[in-house]
Design a protein around this ligand. Sequence first.
Ligand code: NAD
Length: 292
Amino acid sequence: MEKRIQGSTKLLALFGSPVSHSGSPAMYNFSFAYHGLDYAYLAFDIKESQAAEAASAARLFQLRGFNVTMPCKNKMAECVDELSPAAKIIGAVNTVVNEGGRLIGHMTDGGGFVRNLKEHGVEVVGKKLVILGAGGAATAIQVECALQGAAAISIFNANDPFLERAKVTAAKLKQEVPGCTVTVLCLDEQDRLKEEIACADILVNATKVGMKPNEDASPIADTSVFRPDLVVADTVYNPLETKMMQEAKQAGCRTIIDGEGMLLWQGAIAYQLYTGLEMPVEEYQKFKNEGK
Ligand code: NAD
């Protein structure tokens, strides 16, 4: 019998579809129990067309907050009362905190990426990044790195509809974060990619290339771009070690970062927004691994 659930227990939730595979309920409920907080977390299957109703329900049921996943991230940004600086530029939210009836939307994916870099001893302040991709993950990373003081970001995307999105992000960052120089280029321009990586500190793959079932693919065709002091980070977490990471390792890159940490830290940042406490990340990892 669950002893924690009582009349005063406050609800937190995940809204999106599908959600039944999500690891968030286990992670947050473990953390609430760890800190002795009177909260419970459940996942609800919510379609994009139901985002506004879900936001109203969150107000009605006085949820402390909720996470938002696909396909509701953009729509939910229109349903909240206020947006964080990053969420405002991106136009999407993955975390909403209920502050006395006012819903405040945040996007913690980029913050999770930056925090994960920090955990590996890498700072973004004053750095030049080459970021491959312009979808949801890439945009969140680009915006957060700019807000957190990156000097320059070169965005490379394939010649697909996301290339236009990269241009929109670059235009918004030019206005909101003029101290960061943002350039958009097409991934077909392989010579430019080589030049940009040669003068970059950090290379990020935020495309779907290398993700299962296409784990034999890498977004980097010319592996001569890898050098020992280039930080190589992947957002892909399935597989944990992508082909790009393997090739960077073979080329002697000293700092290679997988996508799992970003996933973990974006959740930890949300936890801090809900509770004001640091999520017990290490303890949860240990608990999770014991159950395997
Ligand atoms: P998305 O659909 O929003 O964007 C897809 C991106 O991949 C676009 O930039 C597109 O141009 C690019 N792309 C797709 N196929 C390509 C190809 N064949 N060649 C070159 N580029 C190609 O997806 P998303 O949600 O931004 O996810 C992108 C990656 O980030 C995925 O691998 C996903 O697993 C990962 N991700 C990781 C985290 C995390 O916490 N680690 C969070 C979200 C997403």
